[in-house]
Design a protein around this ligand. Structure first.
Ligand code: APR
Length: 321
């Protein structure tokens, strides 16, 4: 199989880390595009010059010309502004919709057969807009959010229980906003329910529930917590790692079951919107959505999150996108 060509649209904080991770893992040749002159060329030169040390041998090219993404197999979009302290992801809507529109037009023109992973926020709206402009099938246009949100939730559980994060499984569904839905019932440590371990730790069900609630709340606000500390940008290491998990699933045709911002046709009671749900990712992109029974409380939380997404999409449409 020919080496994959992976185009990164947006060469900022996330784009730069993505380029380095893709090179180090030899997942494909990288083209890093940005509108800022020379910056992507500088970053890719810097990354390439580490190839002897890291022992990778792929092409890493920086560009300000969309022509260079021609024929890309995978495109990852991080173009757009990040949040500043005090901003919600939704505050980025107008600015980033304009940027995503241009990006989508160019990806459609130069990489019409690519699988596209969107990271730019507000995520659910940006994926929707990208899909609308390109007309690409929904298996080839989806967003990264849930892998990161789930990793954040897993990290907090691991710290609280004093176990290795490698043994924690926890999934976050819904929109990538403050209404996201960490699924507490299925959070576990190597199969043992996290709630059971918390109850054992505190010897008290109410206290265990309080502790879990604080982890759920921290997960929902975790992006904002990083923004507040960084002051000049938003999280970038972890979003890049999350997207790399998706790239690996696609390049390796792994059929991994991961939380993905995917287009729903009635699954989980949602029709015609992009929402974070478990999906199988492989060489074709999103191969299928995996439904499971939510209890009443979880369904209500998901419905609330979906309402936030539909409202955001309606706002975007009112703005003319
Ligand atoms: N086309 C291509 N790139 C663009 C465009 C455009 N029209 N407009 C801006 N950019 C570039 C910027 O020049 C910048 O280099 O997008 C890059 C964004 O990088 P950062 O500002 O460092 O932001 P980053 O932390 O990478 O986050 C990117 O992902 O998680 C989301 O909320 C985050 O929307 C933000 C996006």
């Amino acid at each position: 199989m020919a080496r994959q060509k992976i185009a990164l649209i947006g060469g900022g904080q996330i784009g730069g880390v993505l380029a380095q991770l893709i090179a180090q893992r030899q997942l494909g040749d990288v083209v890093l595009y940005d509108i800022v002159e020379d910056m992507p060329q500088g970053k890719t030169l810097d990354i390439a010059e580490a190839s002897r040390i890291d022992g990778f041998d792929v092409n890493v090219k920086g560009t300000n010309d969309y022509k260079d993404i021609e024929g890309a197999d995978i495109v990852i979009v991080t173009a757009g502004l990040p949040r500043k302290p005090g901003m919600s992801r939704d505050d980025l809507l107008t600015t980033n919709a304009k940027i995503i529109k241009t990006v989508a037009e160019n990806v459609k023109r130069f990489a019409p057969n690519s699988i596209v992973i969107i990271i730019s926020n507000p995520l659910d709206a940006m994926v929707t807009l990208f899909k609308k402009i390109t007309g690409f099938p929904t298996n080839r246009v989806f967003g990264q959010a849930g892998i990161l949100d789930s990793s954040r939730f897993s990290t907090f559980i691991a710290w609280e229980l004093g176990v290795s994060v490698k043994d924690v499984n926890a999934m976050v569904l819904g929109g990538h906003g403050d209404t996201m839905v960490p699924i507490v019932r299925y959070a576990n440590v190597n199969g043992i329910p996290a709630m059971e371990l918390l109850e054992k730790k505190y010897g008290d069900k109410i206290k265990a529930e309080e502790v879990m609630k604080s982890m759920v709340d921290r997960t929902k606000m975790a992006g904002g917590e990083v923004v507040k500390l960084l002051k000049t940008g938003s999280a970038f290491y972890s979003p890049a790692s999350a997207a790399i998990a998706m790239v690996e699933a696609i390049v390796g045709d792994e059929h991994r079951l991961l939380p993905v911002c995917a287009f729903l046709n009635g699954e989980f009671g949602v029709n015609g919107y992009y929402v974070g749900v478990p999906a199988v990712l492989g060489a074709a992109g999103v191969e299928k959505i995996i439904e499971f029974a939510l209890n009443e409380e979880e369904q209500a939380l998901l419905d609330n999150s979906v309402n936030a997404v539909t409202k955001l999409i309606a706002d975007m449409e009112r703005l003319g996108f």
